[in-house]
Structures are given as C-alpha cells and as structure tokens.
Ligand binder design. Structure first.
Ligand code: SF4
Ligand code: SF4
Length: 239
C-alpha cells in the first residue's frame, strides 16, 4: 500500500494558504523603499542599479533586482517584505482575460535560456504544496491548448524562434507573462552576441513578474492576476 493516503490523513492539509498572509519562509522577500539619510551612498551598493536615491529616500526598481541580498546585510539594511504580489502589468493597455477564464487557464512554459532556478520554481508551482490546480490552472505541453505563454530566461538566440513560433501557434485570446528579471531585461546575462536581452521586441508582453527567481507564490499571483482575480484599482499601477 502506498504511504501517501496515510501521510495525508496524518498530516492534514499541507498546501500553502493563498488568500491569507504568506506563511513565513514561503517567499524570499523583496526590498522595499525607505527614507534614509544616507540614500545617495546606500543606493550605490546595488550592483544592478535597482536602488535609486530620490528626495532622501531609497527607491527600489524590482525589474532590475537580482536578489543578491547586499541591501539586506550590514548594521542598517533596507527593509524587506515577504509577500506574493510581485507582478505588474507591462503597460496600461494590458488587460486580464475575460471572466470566463477565471476558473480555467492553460499555461505553456518556455525556458528561453534560463539559468535553471526559474525552471525549478515553475516545477514547484505544480507540486502538492503550492497546488496550482486548485485555481483551475494547468500546465500544458502544446501552444495549441495554451491561453498563457510563460517565458523565463534572457531569450537566447537558440530559443528566439521557438518563443515566436509558440506565441504564433496559440489561439486568441492569449496573454504573455515574462517571469524573472532575465525575461524583463536580460538580468545578469543582459544583451549579448547570444541573447536578445529579454522579451521586449520579441513578442507582446502583458505581465511581468520580477525576481531572480520569483518564488512559486509570486508566479501563482501573476497567473491569478491574468485571470482577473487580483486586479483592483490600486493594483493597476504600471511600474
Ligand atoms: S537585493 Fe541586490 S540587486 Fe536587489 S535591490 Fe538589493 S542590492 Fe540591488
Ligand atoms: S531571472 Fe535569475 S533565476 Fe531566472 S533565469 Fe534569470 S538568472 Fe536565473
């Protein structure tokens, strides 16, 4: 007999909660803006210019943060926040799916040259702890069945054509979700002889999830945002 029924009955529900606050340790956290007297000097510790000094504050541009943790160390670090709401719309024209998609969504994931960490997080969203299926979201292997194209990596030359062809093969309506700082702007790889440096200019993007890599709960939050579940007026801000 399999151990799993026994384990499930003994342990009860193990799935991470969603609507409630994010359980401690489920998110690596992210730096948040703060007022500082040493804003000019402090912002210079960031290797990717994700920190910017402005009017006595340190502002954070998550689209450039590679989670190196430098701003989290030392005697006077920047505050960090553990949450799952990391995604933001590409521009003001980007829209969630029509309401009929709120209980069913199929996602095609394409690794366009990711380092492996983004791929690992994607593997986890489908695992029992994060339980993507409870929201009616499923990973599909074919663009013909896909509503969402989820892409990570800096779009290497080897994968450029595959990304374009996968997008073209998807039925309307479709949405594109760029995952990780590499998909946004190339991240630590940047633009090079072998990499396009992100999805911009390759296919139209609707939503970005920053992070390096974004954790499973942030990926799920992005997908739910595309479904129209988390899309209040305050959340329509485009960074
Ligand atoms: S974690 Fe690193 S990359 Fe991100 S804002 Fe802090 S110093 Fe910059
Ligand atoms: S965003 Fe970070 S974790 Fe994801 S592929 Fe790029 S380097 Fe790897």
């Amino acid at each position: 007999m399999s151990f799993w029924p026994w384990y499930g009955l003994r342990g009860g529900q193990q799935t991470e909660s969603w609507e409630a606050s994010v359980p401690a340790g489920a998110s690596p956290g992210r730096p948040v803006a703060a007022a500082r007297q040493d804003a000019d000097q402090f912002s210079m510790i960031c290797p990717t210019q994700a920190l910017r000094a402005q009017a006595g504050r340190v502002e954070v541009e998550m689209d450039h943060c590679v989670h190196c943790q430098r701003c989290r160390q030392g005697a006077d670090p920047l505050p960090w926040q553990e949450d799952a709401a990391w995604s933001h719309w590409r521009d003001t024209h980007a829209q969630p799916f029509p309401a009929r998609f709120r209980r069913s969504l199929h996602v095609l994931y394409v690794d366009a040259g990711a380092c492996g960490a983004c791929v690992n997080e994607i593997r986890l969203v489908d695992a029992p702890v994060y339980n993507l299926h409870r929201f009616g979201i499923f990973i599909t292997a074919t663009p013909r069945d896909a509503d969402v194209l989820l892409v990570s990596g800096p779009i290497t030359d080897a994968m450029h054509r595959a990304v374009v062809k996968a997008y073209a093969a998807m039925p309307e309506p479709k949405r594109v979700l760029g995952m990780g700082v590499c998909a946004i702007n190339g991240g630590v790889f940047g633009k090079s002889f072998a990499s396009h440096g992100g999805l911009e200019g390759v296919i139209p993007v609707d939503l970005w999830i920053p992070g390096c890599p974004p954790p499973p709960l942030a990926i799920i939050e992005g997908l739910r945002r595309l479904m129209g579940w988390t899309n209040g007026p305050a959340e329509r801000e485009v960074r």
